[in-house]
Design a protein around this ligand. Structure first.
Ligand SMILES: CC(C)(COP(=O)(O)OP(=O)(O)OC[C@H]1O[C@@H](n2cnc3c(N)ncnc32)[C@H](O)[C@@H]1OP(=O)(O)O)[C@@H](O)C(=O)NCCC(=O)NCCS
Length: 111
């Protein structure tokens, strides 16, 4: 977190961490406290994160999401992220099964 290219938005209720590389950024993690879900907290922190990325002149945001993570996919779809790639067998579950990662991208409109 001491890296100036890494930003954290949110708090212990919900948070997102992103890393900036020139005019691109990658969302490294996004999570809401399990007791506080479906209250709009992820939407709020993701919006805040995108606003900060725009202020840093980021034009594209990338992220990876598990192919079976329908909650996160719905969130990202609502934000305008679209599918640009897939990494087969990317996540390894505790039961030994593997799940693909979907690579999503969003172009940030700089106002
Ligand atoms: C995905 C996650 C961050 C969503 O957090 P949240 O604070 O509950 O999300 P919000 O309340 O802001 O929901 C925003 C939108 O996301 C979608 N969404 C969130 N949870 C959903 C669910 N369980 N099922 C379907 N859609 C869901 C909906 O479109 C929702 O809008 P709506 O409530 O108007 O329908 C949360 O479920 C989580 O922490 N999951 C575990 C970690 C994770 O999967 N992180 C993403 C890694 S890529």
């Amino acid at each position: 977190m001491a890296d100036a290219h890494v930003i954290l938005c949110g708090d212990t209720s919900a948070m997102v961490i992103a890393r900036i590389a020139l005019d691109e950024a990658e969302i490294l993690t996004l999570a809401t406290d399990p007791d506080l879900r479906r209250q709009g907290l992820a939407r709020t922190v993701l919006q805040s994160c995108e606003d900060r990325l725009r202020a840093r002149h980021v034009q594209s945001v990338f992220l990876e999401v598990a192919a079976d993570n329908m909650a996160a996919q719905a969130l990202y779809k609502g934000f305008g992220y679209s599918l640009v790639g897939e990494r087969p067998n990317y996540y390894r579950r505790n039961d030994g099964t593997a799940v693909a990662a979907l690579v999503l991208r969003k172009a940030l409109v700089v106002i």
